[in-house]
Design a binder for this molecule. Structure first.
Ligand code: ADP
Ligand code: ADP
Ligand code: MG
Length: 477
């Protein structure tokens, strides 16, 4: 076994727990941050040591590069895992960590730079022979230029901030009027949210599927760990993901082709960690590169379930230059089916964040169910962070079984004290077109699952009382 390393987790929530579990499994020491706002964060229970990250907001804490690097040095840390969000795709952070002689558990800084900008990454993709969404040739600086580009392309188009992420900094324009209205707005959004006003224009593909390929690489070799379908989205943000993709189905040629294309792109930037190449797939099965996320992704567990590859463990091994658990592409195969529902503190009707306090909760881990979460009684979901509080993941022999298990798991998941999308997720995965695997990114717009909940919502009070009494009786017992 390799030397015990001290791994600092520069994140919070469910992903901090996932990283701590992987570090512990490898025999390393996991070090977690506690903050003034979250002194009892659940991830600390999984960490061997706790370090105080002082400050009142995320710029003073999880986004503060200098503070994190100096705390790492003070605590004689060997390596830092950034999780997702925060500093995960910040090459300045990577360079500072490395300059101080520590290891960044993620890809090299150059790969992050090249893939972090949607205009740059599209150019690299084109040069590597990877098909990209038809659109502007790089950044579009003026409205005049935008008019010209869209005239050639035809509406609808999508304006995209080159540095955007998490579904933000993106606006659809159906005609020239909307283009005029949205052009500067997207530039402003890019500047304020991502520190970069640059935008590009893409043809807005109607009714597409979002299909992405998991990459896992060490310093010598790049593997793909097959695909995930993440077409069920609201506000261009995923809420349900599954693997294998029902749209690709048993078309093995298409599956091989998209996975090989993802490897080609990863190779073009000397990728050397876990990462994801995202594509959009048209009804005729042609696919186009969207972006590459140079980090571990929220939905990584479904890939772990169907392939048996522990992505977090292997990401850590790769960073330390150790042999991965796999030695050849042939060893990685898909077996069975896995689905993930993101559990978010949000209003199930408007699907907007609804912060609050979780006073009580219960869930049941039947066979084939995994719940990656960060909930403890009294936890406050604040507007400071993403409202995702957990991920319910099921695995079944086949897709029908995975859906059946998901419906049952959702029935048993009770969150008391705040609004959540648990009931909404139940409707989403019970709908006929979901069960048939026939859906696109327009699913929520078309099915309107929230309509089913409107009638139910006035019963919320009774519902809460029933669960409360159930919980109290559990505690008493
Ligand atoms: P995934 O593809 O992993 O599902 P998401 O787009 O849902 O990724 O983002 C995962 C997390 O990272 C969310 O908390 C999101 O808000 C955050 N995030 C993603 N991209 C960015 C970015 N460019 N800047 C800041 N936060 C981001
Ligand atoms: P982010 O960095 O916010 O994740 P992406 O470029 O990955 O941005 O796009 C997020 C989502 O927006 C996609 O999953 C897809 O549903 C939608 N989308 C992006 N580009 C297009 C496009 N050209 N046409 C149609 N939908 C798109
Ligand atoms: Mg994306």
């Amino acid at each position: 076994m390799s030397k015990v390393k001290r791994i600092l987790i520069a994140n919070r929530g469910e992903i901090a727990i996932r990283i701590a579990k992987a570090a512990n499994e490898l025999g390393h020491d996991s070090i977690g941050f506690w903050t003034d706002n979250e002194p009892k964060a659940y991830h600390l229970e999984f960490c061997k040591e706790w370090v105080h990250l002082s400050g009142n907001n995320i710029s003073e804490t999880f986004l503060n590069i200098d503070k994190i690097v100096s705390l790492a040095l003070e605590n004689k840390v060997d390596a830092i895992h950034p999780g997702y969000g925060f500093l995960a795709e910040n090459s300045e952070f990577v360079r500072k960590v490395e300059k101080e002689g520590m290891i960044f558990i993620g890809p090299n800084a150059e790969a992050i730079d090249l893939m972090g900008d949607k205009a740059k990454s599209k150019k690299i993709a084109r040069d590597a022979g990877v098909p990209t969404v038809p659109g502007s040739d790089g950044v579009v600086d003026t409205l005049e230029e935008a008019r010209k580009v869209t005239k050639e392309m035809g509406y609808p188009v999508l304006l995209k901030a080159v540095a955007g992420g998490g579904g933000k900094g993106m606006r659809v324009c159906l005609d020239e009027k909307e283009l005029e209205k949205n052009f500067e707005a997207v530039q402003r959004e890019g500047a304020s949210s991502f520190g970069n006003p640059d935008l590009l224009i893409e043809k807005y593909i109607l009714d597409p599927r979002h299909i992405e390929v998991q990459i896992l690489a060490d310093k010598n070799k790049i593997y793909h760990v097959y695909e995930r379908e993440c077409s069920i989205q609201r506000r261009h943000q995923k809420i349900v993901e599954e693997s294998p993709s029902p749209f690709i189905g048993d078309d093995q040629k298409l599956r091989e082709s998209i996975c090989k294309t993802a490897i080609d792109l990863a190779q073009a930037v000397n990728y050397d960690s876990a990462g994801t190449v995202e594509f959009i797939m048209d009804g005729d099965k042609s696919f186009y590169f969207l972006e590459m996320n140079t980090r571990i992704q929220v939905e990584h567990p479904i890939t772990e379930e169907v392939t048996g590859v522990d992505l977090l463990v292997n990401m850590i091994k790769s960073a330390f230059g150790e042999a991965l658990d796999i030695t050849s592409q042939d060893q990685i195969t898909q077996k069975g089916h896995s689905i993930e529902c993101r559990i978010c503190a949000e209003d199930p009707i408007t699907m907007l964040p609804a912060p609050g306090v979780i006073n009580g909760f219960s869930y049941q881990l039947n066979q084939g169910v995994r719940f990656d979460h960060c909930i403890y009684p009294g936890v406050e979901i604040t507007p400071d962070f993403d409202p995702m509080i957990g991920k319910l993941i099921t695995f079944g022999l086949n897709r029908d079984v995975a859906i059946r298990k998901m419906i049952e798991a959702l029935k048993h998941l009770k969150l008391i004290g705040l609004k959540s999308n648990v009931e909404l997720q139940k409707v989403i995965v019970s709908e006929k077109s979901f069960k048939e695997g026939k859906y696109s990114t327009k699913y929520i717009e078309m099915i309107k699952p929230q309509e089913d909940l409107k009638e139910k919502s006035f019963n919320d009070k009774d519902f809460l009382e029933i669960i409360m009494s159930e919980l109290v009786s559990k505690v008493v017992r």
